[in-house]
Ligand binder design. Structure first.
Ligand code: NAP
Length: 269
C-alpha cells in the first residue's frame, strides 16, 4: 500500500521537496509519495492528526509552523530543542517526534566542501530558524560564531555567552580571518534577486567561503559580491539535499540516494 509524507506549511507551492523526495522513493523502489500540504495555522492540529492516525507516514514542516508545532508534539529531539525549530516529524510507536535536519544538512554540506571550521571565526547573517540551525551546527564543529542581525538582542539570545552578536550595520568589523560567512536571511531570494544583505562598500575576507542558504536563484547577488572581493561562494543546494536526505532516512529507514536527489533538483532549480 502506498505511503504518504508531505510538507506542512503556508504557503508551500514554491517547494522543490516533492521533486527530490519522489525521485528518491522511486530510486529505492519504495511505494511512497511526497505531497504538498498547504496548512493554515488553524489547520495545523488537523494535519498532525493525519500523522497520528497513520494517514501520513511523516512530514516536513516549514514557515510559519516550525516553532508553533513544537508544543503540539509528544517529544522534541535535542537538536530541534536547541534550535527551537522543528522541520521534520517522525511518528514512532504512536508518538510524534519533532526533529530538525537543517543542522545535519548544513554539517554534511560543509563536510562535502571540505570546510574545517574548528577553532576558526565564522559569521552568520540572520536569527531565524535556519540561522539557529547553522549556529548550532557550527558550534558543534568547534567554530567561533558571530551572529549579524537587524535585532541584536535576539542575536545575543541565540548565540548565548560563548559567541558574539553584532548589528548588520557593523559588517565592516568582520574579522579578516573569518573562514566562513553564511547568509541565513531570505534577502536576495527570487523574485527579489537584486537585493543583498551586504553593503556594497564592505569587502569580504578574501580567504572566506560565502555560503548562501538561498538556492533560487542559484547565484545570488550576495554570492557575486563575495566573488568580487576574491572570496569563494556557494549556494544552499547541498544543504537542501542533505537535510532532505536525513528526513528520508528517518521516515523510511533506507539510506538516501543523495546523487538521485541532487540530479532531480539540478534539473529543475
Ligand atoms: P526566518 O525564520 O523567517 O528568518 C529570517 C531571518 O532573516 C530573520 O533573522 C530576519 O530578521 C532576517 N531578515 C529578513 N529580512 C531581512 C532584511 N531585509 N534584512 C536583514 N535581515 C532580514 O527564515 P528561515 O527559515 O530562517 O530561512 C532563512 C533563509 O534560509 C531563507 O532564504 C530560506 O529559504 C533559507 N533556507 C535554506 C535551507 C536550505 O536547505 N538551503 C534551509 C532552511 C532555510 P528579523 O528577525 O529581524 O525579521
Amino acid at each position: 500500500m502506498a505511503r504518504w509524507v508531505g510538507l506542512i506549511g503556508w504557503p508551500v507551492e514554491h517547494s522543490r521537496s516533492p521533486l527530490m523526495h519522489n525521485a528518491a522513493f522511486a530510486a529505492r523502489g519504495l511505494d511512497w509519495q511526497y505531497v504538498l500540504l498547504p496548512t493554515s495555522p488553524d489547520q495545523l492540529q488537523a494535519a498532525l492528526d493525519q500523522i497520528r492516525s497513520g494517514e501520513l507516514a511523516g512530514a516536513n514542516v516549514t514557515i510559519p509552523h516550525k516553532s508553533a508545532v513544537m508544543p503540539l508534539l509528544d517529544e522534541i529531539d535535542p537538536a530541534a530543542e536547541a534550535i527551537r525549530a522543528v522541520n521534520t516529524i517522525v511518528p514512532r510507536d504512536g508518538r510524534l517526534i519533532g526533529c530538525n535536519t537543517d543542522a545535519i544538512g548544513f554539517t554534511r554540506a560543509l563536510s562535502e566542501m571540505a570546510v574545517d571550521v574548528n577553532g576558526k571565526p565564522c559569521a552568520v547573517l540572520g536569527t531565524g530558524g535556519a540561522a539557529r540551525a547553522v549556529a548550532h551546527a557550527l558550534k558543534g564543529l568547534g567554530g567561533s560564531v558571530t551572529i549579524y542581525a537587524r535585532e541584536v538582542t535576539e542575536a545575543r539570545a541565540l548565540i548565548g555567552l560563548d559567541g558574539q552578536a553584532r548589528s548588520l550595520d557593523d559588517l565592516d568589523q568582520l574579522e579578516r580571518e573569518t573562514i566562513l560567512v553564511v547568509n541565513a536571511t531570505p534577502v536576495g531570494m527570487a523574485p527579489n534577486v537584486d537585493a543583498s544583505p551586504w553593503p556594497d562598500d564592505v569587502r569580504f575576507p578574501a580567504s572566506a567561503l560565502a555560503l548562501d542558504l538561498i538556492y533560487n536563484p542559484r547565484r545570488t547577488r550576495w554570492m557575486a559580491q563575495a566573488e568580487r572581493s576574491g572570496a569563494r561562494s556557494t549556494n544552499g543546494l547541498a544543504m537542501l539535499i542533505y537535510q532532505g536526505a536525513a528526513a528520508f532516512e528517518m521516515w523510511t529507514g533506507h539510506t538516501a540516494p543523495v546523487d538521485v536527489m541532487r540530479a532531480a533538483l539540478e534539473a529543475e532549480v
